[in-house]
Design a protein around this ligand. Structure first.
Ligand SMILES: O=C[C@H](O)[C@H](O)COP(=O)(O)O
Ligand SMILES: C=C(OP(=O)(O)O)C(=O)O
Length: 371
């Protein structure tokens, strides 16, 4: 057994490479954080309306297009809030055609090593002030929700939804965790629709399998809102769906890839719906390429491809990305993880997607997803 005793709190970190674990910080229970930073009535209304709008689009009841858009990661709350304010304006302008949900990603899965996100390292300095990260993340989610903008994130730690989940309208299980039993079980009990990304290798079947798994009920070891370790039982989440994000074998946003997913979903007896991520493996992490991918997706949508229910975009105030380096001031509103489209290009892309959604809605010859 790994013996984590209370006196371990005051010990320094284990020697690098020694394989030990110490308790670095005790955290308040999720209920304590929620009491400190409660969901206001306005914020709750935004979250619930956001979840319902996403469900309605996924179910085909609402014919608009979902757009999950925002920074690759939130690294400071001020720039995320400034972005939320401009995005809110665009979301209002395009509300007849798009359901806009802002990316507020606080946990970053890394291919090998790297900054793990605001929740775990809010100082961006390896200080790992997790309680502070949780507070900053929760306070930001309340503020953005109060603006009337629903939010999206990736659940990386199965414990973090307890702290933030009541403020989130859509979530992803990422390409690096989609095969994880724990993440599928987690998704099966979450109150928001969850996108299952294809694996980093490009495997789409693992995402289809994840959707099937999360639709079922499960029992697993977790942490209850009061902070105790508990057996959690879930009822199954009917609003999970595949997200195509490309992979090691190249992009997968083309019509043939969409048809392939539809065939797999049909074979599995699952609803024929998906979201396409224009970034990551679909853009080769090149922010300029995202626009091209989004334009090609817009063509498929305008031509009547009903299976594409949403598009995901990485966008911030400034284009590109920057490195976190000790002593160097960061450019306000520029990503510190993957390169993002700047705001000017982002708003053009949003308008293009809105036009495509309108064309699809008005198209006389709407047909079920063509395979
Ligand atoms: O979305 C962000 C990144 O693609 C993901 O966290 C992996 O990043 P990395 O390959 O730079 O570690
Ligand atoms: C890490 C992300 O995506 P993926 O899991 O597709 O790499 C992300 O969207 O931030």
């Amino acid at each position: 057994m790994v013996n984590l005793r209370s006196e371990d709190v005051d010990q320094g970190p284990p020697a690098v490479g020694a394989g030990g674990t110490t308790v670095a910080e005790r955290l308040p229970a999720p209920t304590s954080l929620a009491e400190l930073l409660p969901v206001t009535d306005t914020a709750a209304a935004t979250v619930l309306a956001g979840r319902e709008a996403v469900r309605q689009v996924l179910d085909g009841v609402d014919e608009r297009l979902l757009v999950f858009v925002g920074p690759c990661s939130v690294h400071d709350v001020d720039s995320a809030l400034a972005y939320a304010k401009v995005l809110r304006g665009a979301a209002d302008e395009l509300a007849d055609d798009l359901v806009v949900v802002m990316r507020t990603y606080f946990e970053k899965p890394r291919t090998v090593l790297g900054w793990p996100g605001l929740l775990v390292d809010p100082g961006l300095d390896g200080g790992y002030a997790v309680e502070d990260g949780l507070r900053r993340a929760r306070a930001l989610l309340v503020e953005i929700s109060e603006l009337g903008l629903p939010t999206a994130c990736e659940w990386l730690s199965p414990i973090s939804p307890g702290y933030l989940g009541d403020l989130v309208s859509w979530a992803a299980i990422g390409a690096r965790t989609v095969e994880s039993q724990v993440h599928r079980q987690l998704a099966s009990g979450l109150p928001m629709p969850v996108g299952m990304k294809n694996g980093t290798s490009g495997s789409v079947q693992v995402a289809v399998d994840a959707v099937r798994s999360a639709a079922a009920s499960h029992a697993y070891l977790g942490v209850e809102d009061g902070g105790a370790v508990a057996v959690l039982r879930t009822s199954g989440n009917e609003h999970c769906h595949v997200v195509l994000r490309g992979g090691a074998d190249g992009p997968n946003y083309g019509a043939e890839h969409v048809h392939d997913v539809v065939r797999r979903l049909r074979a599995a007896g699952l609803p024929e719906r998906l979201v396409v991520d224009a970034s990551h493996g679909n853009s080769g992490k090149c922010h300029e390429r995202q626009r091209v991918v989004a334009e090609e997706l817009a063509e498929q949508i305008a031509e009547g491809q009903l299976a594409i229910r949403g598009v995901a975009l990485e966008s911030f105030l400034e284009p590109g990305r920057q490195d976190i380096a000790p002593g160097r001031a960061l450019t306000f509103g520029q990503s510190v993880t993957d390169a993002c489209m700047g705001w000017d290009v982002s708003v053009d892309v949003l308008r293009t997607l809105a036009e495509a959604a309108r064309a699809r809605r008005h198209s006389a010859d709407l047909v079920p997803a063509r395979v």
